[in-house]
Ligand binder design. Structure first.
Ligand code: C5P
Length: 224
């Protein structure tokens, strides 16, 4: 492992979208590229952390030098994250689907003339909220993301309190910013200390700055 301020620290990072099955050949997904989560895992690794990278099906290349756990659905992602604990910190960059199909079919749903399938949904587990509120074994630092289109700081501040995480990195994804799907990000770090707007920068720079902040928050390198 690399030497650095995060040597001896274990960090779990979620990334990418989730795929929620409809039947064995169909699923519901979202447009997350996994770029920001991948950059965060790499930046934490570069500071010496032992990284567990839990990723949904994303195109982004898997970072080298980290433990990669590939999952499909939110339910699988939750199990992988809980199984990866204990950890010193956890960063939830995945775009987890809010809902899954309540009873995914075990066999392919047949096309029938004149009949349309009706999908019923159920809520997915909120992994960030669950880990933030673990009565035992909660990581010392839990970081979530919030993509907002209006009143970014107010909404993200409320989200931080609702979920119980320590930090939220909020970004403005309203179409005018061109951030969604782009290579740049403009984020506001929300913590107990209030909100801190970062200048617009590349996703790698956001990741590096976040990794530095995590290292500072966790303090001196852990003993071997
Ligand atoms: O509630 P919302 O989806 O806006 O919250 C976003 C944050 O919560 C992200 O950090 C995301 O990774 C996390 N999340 C999660 N599990 C969910 C939904 C969101 O971990 N089911």
């Amino acid at each position: 492992l690399a030497d650095g301020p995060l040597r001896g620290r274990r960090v779990v990072v979620t990334s990418g979208p989730t795929h929620e099955p409809i039947d064995p050949v169909r699923y519901i997904a979202n447009r997350s590229s996994g770029a920001q989560g991948t950059a965060i895992a790499s930046a934490l690794r570069d500071l010496g952390a032992e990284v567990v990278f839990v990723t949904g099906p994303a195109d982004a290349a898997r970072p080298a030098g980290v433990e990669v756990i590939e999952v499909e659905s939110a339910v699988e992602m939750r199990a992988a994250v809980l199984g990866a604990l204990p950890a010193d910190a956890a960063v939830f960059a995945a775009a987890v689907a809010d809902w899954r199909v309540a009873t995914a079919s075990d066999s392919k749903i047949k096309k029938q003339a004149g009949r349309l399938p009706v999908l019923e949904f159920t809520e997915n587990p909120d992994i960030l909220a669950e880990v933030s509120q673990l009565p035992e074994g909660r990581p010392g630092l839990v970081v979530g993301f919030a993509a907002e289109t209006d009143d970014v700081v107010a909404h993200a501040t409320a989200k931080r309190l609702r979920k119980g995480c320590d930090w939220i990195l909020a970004n403005d994804v309203s179409p005018a910013t061109g951030i969604m799907g782009g290579s740049e990000n403009a984020v506001v770090l929300i913590s107990d200390d209030g909100s801190e707007a970062w200048p617009r920068m590349g996703k790698r720079a956001v990741a590096e700055r976040l990794a530095q902040r995590i290292a500072a928050a966790l303090g001196a390198p852990a003993a071997e």
